[in-house]
Design a protein around this ligand. Structure first.
Ligand code: CMP
Length: 140
């Protein structure tokens, strides 16, 4: 089924010049980038994005990290885009991620894990709407 997902190249990925590397892998999986921008989140905006994690021990830290430098946010579209992109990223904790995945190859800890991807259709709808409106999304 054709679906959309949200991808973020996090501040560690941007500062380490991994934007091209991540995009190369995305396009290599036949996922189409249908919207893209670079943004610097405020702490409040990062908190809103990760509201589902409010109260968890890593909430303060991850929202500080996500507002520490620019991110690249993208919408990806394709067959099983959510699952496909999650497979490309690997597990949240890079130590558990499969060989060859983005996080296994580039993450340096559980927080600085280079990329984010939506984990379900419902999450994708919320996350895409958080960053993009319909006019900013291409039909590809
Ligand atoms: P992400 O997939 O963007 O979802 C929540 C983020 O919080 C996660 O990637 C990590 O960057 C960060 N994080 C830090 N510690 C944890 C943890 N113990 N479990 C899940 N996410 C964590």
């Amino acid at each position: 089924m054709k679906e959309r997902t949200l991808s973020i190249i996090k501040p560690d990925g941007v500062s380490r010049n991994l934007i091209g590397e991540v995009i190369r892998r995305i396009e290599g999986q036949d996922l189409k980038i249908t919207a893209m921008k670079m943004i610097l989140l405020s702490k409040e905006q990062a908190k809103g994005f990760y509201a589902v994690h409010k109260g968890k021990p890593f909430y303060e830290s991850v929202t500080n990290f996500m507002s520490s430098g620019p991110c690249v946010v993208m919408t990806l579209e394709g067959e099983d885009a959510i699952k496909k992109y999650r497979k490309l990223m690997g597990a949240t904790n890079y130590k558990d991620a499969e060989e060859g995945t983005i996080r296994r190859e580039f993450a340096t800890d559980i927080e600085k894990n280079i990329v984010h991807g939506s984990d379900s259709k419902e999450t994708a709808d919320f996350e895409i709407g958080y960053f993009f409106n319909n006019l900013e999304m291409m039909d590809r």
